[in-house]
Each structure stands twice: as C-alpha cells, then as structure tokens.
Design a protein around this ligand. Sequence first.
Ligand SMILES: NC(=O)c1ccc[n+]([C@@H]2O[C@H](COP(=O)([O-])OP(=O)(O)OC[C@H]3O[C@@H](n4cnc5c(N)ncnc54)[C@H](O)[C@@H]3O)[C@@H](O)[C@H]2O)c1
Length: 281
Amino acid sequence: MEAQTSLPLNGQVAIVTGAAKGIGRALAIKFAQAGADVLIADIDQNEMPATARAVEATGRRAQVIRADMRLEADIDAMVDTALQVFGRIDVVVNNAGINAPGGFLGVSRQDIRSVFDTDLIGPFFLSQRCAREMITLGIEGRIVCISSIHSVVPAYCPHYSAAKIGLEQLVIDMALELAPYGIRANCIRPGGIAIRGRTEIGSPDVSNPHIPLEGRSGLPTEVAELALFLATDASRYITGTTVTIDGALSRMTYSALTRRKTLAREQENLGFPARIPGPIL
Ligand SMILES: NC(=O)c1ccc[n+]([C@@H]2O[C@H](COP(=O)([O-])OP(=O)(O)OC[C@H]3O[C@@H](n4cnc5c(N)ncnc54)[C@H](O)[C@@H]3O)[C@@H](O)[C@H]2O)c1
C-alpha cells in the first residue's frame, strides 16, 4: 500500500508501550492508519505479532521489541531500536500499565515498586530519553501518557492511584520544560474501557449500566482516536493537560446516584421520558 501524504502522521514514527493487546494495540493500529511507522513494545511476546500484522496491513512498517518498562536497559533498547530501524521518533505513547490488586492495608512494598516502576518511573525515563533524542534531532515531538480515572476516583488501589496521579503531574512538568523545544506532552485519563478479559473486544454486548453515556463501556479505538488527536497538529496549542474519556463514569458520585429517583420524577413532570443513568442503589 502506498503511503498517503495527506495522512496526519505521514513519515513519522511512534513508540507505543504495552502495544501487544488492549488499548495499546488499538493505539498502534490507529497511529499506523494515520501514517506512522510503529515500534511495538511489550513484555507479552505472544500477542505482539498480531499487533505487528495489523500495523503492516495498513501499509506502514512495524518493529516488535520485548521490553519491560521496569528495566532501564529495556527502555534504552526501545529508543535505540526505534532510531536504528526508523531513524527518528516523533511520538511516544506511555500506555503500558498494571494494577496489582490490594487495598492500603494489604499492599506490599513489592506491589508498590512493580506498579510505580511500570506506570510512573518507566514512563518518566522513556519520555526523558525520547525528549533528549527529539531535541537532538530537531523534532517537535509529542508525548502522550495513559493515566486512569483512578488517579482521582479511589478504587481501593492506592498504589495504582498514586502512580497515575504522579503520571499526570509528570505530564504538566514535561509540558512546561519541553514547550520551548516545540515538544508537547499530554495525558489521557480513561475509565471503563472494554478490553479482552473484562469485555471481549468486538463483542456486541459492551453494555454497562453504571456508565451514564450510552450505558456502555468505552472502546480501545475511542481512546486511540483521542490519542491520535493529541499526537497530531490538530491539537497544536494543547500541552500539559489531562483529558478524561469515561462516558462520565467518574462523575457518578454517591450524591448523583441517590438523587436518581427524584430526577426521574422531575423529568416526567416536565413531560420528558425519564432517563436516569446508573444502577438503582
Ligand atoms: N481498560 C481500562 O478500562 C483502563 C482504565 C484506566 C486506565 N487504563 C490504562 O490503560 C493502559 C492500557 O491498559 P489496558 O486496559 O489496555 O490493559 P491490558 O492489560 O490489556 O494492556 C496492558 C499492556 O501492558 C503490558 N505491560 C504490562 N506490564 C508491562 C511492563 N512492565 N513493560 C511493558 N509492557 C507491560 C501488558 O503485557 C499489556 O499488553 C494502562 O496504563 C491502564 O492503566 C485502562
């Protein structure tokens, strides 16, 4: 397939971490569809080839690397490989993330280290190394980080929440320091996205009554569309921000839930059909 010059990322190179499956796979494919060659990085070697095949099906080049975000040498290997194979890095998406289950009373030092290394410290040093290369090469690059609504909405996973809110603050600092070099950094805060293992991608039923908008889970492709916006010139004046994509799931407070019956009555009194999001408490 011939490269199309009108594509927003034509001739550009993107590194996507955690790209073997889930949201990361959707990111890799979306960026390739927009014209980018993609370095697919993950620790899951079984699933990476499928992402690479999907990228190549768009006519773009894919390079797979087994790289662990917790290891400094692997982060360097990612960047070195992207430069050796493609010659440049325009976009880096820090998507790889884990959430080791366990509330405050149960979390071990090992759990915290693993989550922080994967979700915060790894993205810190991958972004730092990429920014250094972008500046050296004179590239006005873009950094996109994938946070979570649990950065601000607790879910009994304090280590995950702490790592993700740290990631959002890191984006603010990167944006400030890198703006004079023309490099932008932004963050996406997803919630309730249907991935394999929770809700099968492609399954007709992604319904979720807890989610106000359309009563369904979000799709990895919807997160990828937002990431593409943040990685292209369409967002050229946006940096240092975090955008939530969760169908208003994180806005369903206890107060909102408890007012549902009253709201339904109000709607009916106004002559509207009662439409109230969320489950009955
Ligand atoms: N799915 C959701 O609803 C949701 C909500 C909020 C935030 N997120 C965030 O989205 C991102 C993607 O998650 P997902 O939902 O697609 O889950 P997922 O488990 O399908 O994908 C995560 C990927 O990261 C990889 N990974 C894990 N540890 C790694 C490491 N140390 N080094 C390199 N790769 C590693 C995994 O192998 C996997 O392929 C994560 O940062 C997650 O915190 C997802």
